[in-house]
Every structure is written in C-alpha cells, then in structure tokens.
Design a protein around this ligand. Structure first.
Ligand code: SF4
Length: 229
C-alpha cells in the first residue's frame, strides 16, 4: 500500500511516534491547540509583501540587509503550487510508491541557479532561534527540491519577524526582522522517511516521545474521570 506523509506528519513522527502512529493507523488526530490566527494572518501578509518585490524583480529588504546575493524565485506558477497546502513540493519514491510533500513559504534562487528554501517565522520571542522542528522543515524542503530535479544550495533560510514590545501596545505591534542562515541537511531525510513509513505499517503501539506528558497524564487521570459516582 502506497503511503503519503506530509512534512508536518514527519515532524510529528520525530516528536512522538505514538501520536504519529495513532494518526496514521487509526485516524486519531492529536488534540489541536488554540488556532494560531495571528501567525496565519502574518504568514498571509508576508507572502503578499514578498510577492510585491518578486513581481518587481527586486530583492526583499531582509535579503539586502543580510547581504544575501539571491533573488526571490520568479516562477510564480510553480511557487503557487509549492505553497499550496494540499500540493506543495511533492515527491513519490519510484521504487516504493510512497509520497512525501510539504508546502514551502518561499524559495530563493542564487546566481548559479541553485535554489534554497525560505520559511517565514513570526514570533513574540525576543531572539530568533532555530528549533529542531525548523531544521527538519528546511531539510525536508531542500530534500524535496533536490528530488524534483533542482540544484540546491547547501543552505536554507528563516526570515524572522519578531514583535517589538518595548514601547507598549498603543494599538500597534511593530516587528523587527532578522534572517538566519541554516546549513541544510537533506541527506538525513530518507532515513527518517523510511522509519516513519515502517512505523505506519506496524501493528505495535509505540512508546510516547519525551516532549509530551499527555499520555502519562491521561493514564493517571482516566481511572478518576471515568469512575462512576
Ligand atoms: S505523549 Fe503526547 S504526543 Fe505522544 S501520543 Fe501521547 S498525547 Fe500524543
């Protein structure tokens, strides 16, 4: 049976194999947090802002400020597909038939024609930081670009927009921008993908990951909350 995994599902696999397995084998979705409406709004606004520079053939100021000698990927038709949540960068392994896909925010093109993934991050944190999930995200996009036949730069980028809270609110929330360059590690993706596929086929319930305490909480709480009064 051919299996399709999204970039987000691969990240879930690395964080908690049990949650990943419950989703893929039993369609039990992880509990959703509160909707990140502000982040979603920022993401849409940033795409619009980057696109205004793209159509003018100009670099976005964040690239100029950080002296990145690359232009915004100009093929808007292809970028629209790569940005689409249900399409994204999509590759099917010809040997196994399994598929991996992920929707990228943006792509940079260097003078030698190589491409690099760029992801927008808006945050209320004081400092920009590369979390393991961000690294995996960029590694997956780079891997997918390669598998789709593109030459890639050995790097990828995170464009941070950090809320500046020093001057109070006063009905406005300014942001400062910062670009972080990350060494892309696409070579580690096939092994993670293969392990996730292997687990998807397994009938054994895996152990929970270390980052979440919910199963332990549920184990302790369920005899109490399901007890008949
Ligand atoms: S420990 Fe948390 S993330 Fe893992 S299966 Fe339980 S609820 Fe899901």
């Amino acid at each position: 049976m051919a299996i399709t995994l999204s970039r987000w599902q691969l990240e879930l696999f690395t964080k908690c194999p049990r949650c990943f397995w419950l989703l893929k084998r039993h369609n039990v979705k992880p509990p959703e947090g509160f909707p990140l409406a502000l982040n979603t709004a920022m993401d849409g606004l940033l795409k619009e802002e980057f696109d205004t520079y793209r159509v003018k053939g100009q670099p976005h100021p964040i690239l100029v400020e950080h002296r990145i000698n690359a232009k915004l990927f100009a093929d808007t038709t292809r970028l629209a597909a790569w940005r689409n949540t249900f399409q994204g960068l999509r590759w099917t392994d010809p040997e196994t038939g399994h598929t991996l896909f992920g929707a990228v925010d943006d792509v940079l093109e260097f003078p030698d024609g190589s491409l690099a993934a760029l992801d927008y991050k808006s945050s209320g944190a004081r400092e920009a930081r590369v979390y393991p999930s961000y690294q995996l995200q960029l590694d997956v996009y780079t891997f997918l670009l390669e598998r789709l036949g593109h030459k890639t730069a050995p790097k990828a980028f995170l464009a941070f927009f950090l809320a500046v809270k020093d001057d109070g609110f006063n009905g406005r929330l300014p942001f400062r921008r910062q670009l972080l360059e990350v060494t892309a590690q696409p070579d580690r993706v096939p092994a993670i993908f293969e392990q996730a596929i292997h687990l998807t086929k397994s009938d054994q319930t895996p152990s929970p990951g270390a980052e979440c305490d919910c199963c332990r909480w549920f184990g302790a709480a369920s005899p109490i909350i399901t007890r008949k009064e």
